[in-house]
Design a binder for this molecule. Sequence first.
Ligand SMILES: NC(=O)c1ccc[n+]([C@@H]2O[C@H](COP(=O)([O-])OP(=O)(O)OC[C@H]3O[C@@H](n4cnc5c(N)ncnc54)[C@H](O)[C@@H]3O)[C@@H](O)[C@H]2O)c1
Length: 434
Amino acid sequence: MTFTKICVLGLGYIGLPTASTFATHGLQVVGVDVNPHILETLRNGGLHIHEPGLRTLVEAAVKSGKLTVSEKPEEADAFIIAVPTPFYEDQFGEYNGQMYKLADMRAVTSASEAILPVLRKGNLVVLESTSPPRTTVDLVAPILERSGLKAGVDFHLVYSPERVLPGQILRELIENARVIGGITPASAQAGRDLYAVFVKGEIIQTDATTAEMVKLMENTYRDVNIAIANEFARLAERVGVDVWEAIGLANRHPRVRILSPGPGVGGHCISVDPWFLVEAAPDITPLIYKARNVNDAQPHFVLDLVKRALGSLKGKKIAALGLSYKPDVDDLRESPASEVIHLLQHKGALVKAFEPFKPDADLPGITAVPTLEAALKEADAVLLLVNHTELRALTPEKLAALTPARILIDTVNGWVGKNWEGAGFVVHCLGVRK
Ligand SMILES: NC(=O)c1ccc[n+]([C@@H]2O[C@H](COP(=O)([O-])OP(=O)(O)OC[C@H]3O[C@@H](n4cnc5c(N)ncnc54)[C@H](O)[C@@H]3O)[C@@H](O)[C@H]2O)c1
């Protein structure tokens, strides 16, 4: 199948890089979003998200006339759905007295419905949003079939998971292996033809539900692995071991790869996707459920660490460095850093937070300041919550000049190996018993 014009629904971290990359590879692309602020920003040459290289790519795509934006889809050869798939904040499932989170598929539903009036025979529709198993066949296909066209017969339908690493999206979009799950082999082939426009990594064809499972299994595997790293950190503190050293040594085993502990698991993917598997079958997923709970509880262990370092938290001024869910990105969604700050404040601490990738961060109930200096100025203690390169690079001399605080609490092993004691600091590190 060949493609001249496509619509990409959802212009966020995934949709905008995807739309721009197709445009710079010669396709006519209509980027669709329901958020008027995003459309206006893009129309004015601005950008609403931070991703290295994205500004240049979007500018090139717009300048060439190949990328335009719109509030609704137009007739095209293919449609890509890259809208959010969070969980509900206020609705839960229950199995044997245990509550689990439920996927909020309203954006996928409304994006599919938006395609309905412009869907034509021979089109390809691709769902890229991370989705519970069977979403493509049980949710998207029936909506699109309201057009009178039959999925897999009159139009092609595909699930293709996105596996890019924020911070490396533009390179990984092109170089990563891509799984294409068709509801028929012909659909998978059509999906392959589309992504072959720019993908240089291997393109592997399978069925739609397998492709959905692949994405969920990848992220769940990482969540469970981080949960065990967090439990190892708790154990290390109990038995008097440095968990970072122990994990480093364990990982010298050729078949062991333990991930890093930290203040918890956040973001749009790993802290969300395992719930889609629990929801699909709560009776047979106790490990996945437990891992989610272990990681969600981790901010409480950071609170304990801070209490050990400072004693009573009442009135203590804490500079919290980093608000994003992982290093070197500006994405604050589901960030455990926010949860840690709320817990500290609940115990009476006065927290000033600084996020270098979003100096104007605006989070409910959190005082975020625009500079490192403002966060550190009057602090009693400094709490490192995200291993951002620029925070990790702070030297004892630089920090000593910026803050009267001499107590450092490092939840990510970012300040390892520096001569903090020489500069008068006491360091408390997660997973290390002093
Ligand atoms: N961000 C990542 O690193 C990443 C990686 C892999 C997979 N994913 C998955 O990709 C999907 C999109 O994630 P994201 O990070 O790009 O989300 P995002 O929130 O950055 O962007 C989604 C965009 O979709 C728009 N939108 C919502 N409903 C819409 C609709 N009905 N029609 C058109 N636009 C609509 C929103 O306004 C927003 O701009 C999610 O399912 C996510 O789990 C994300």
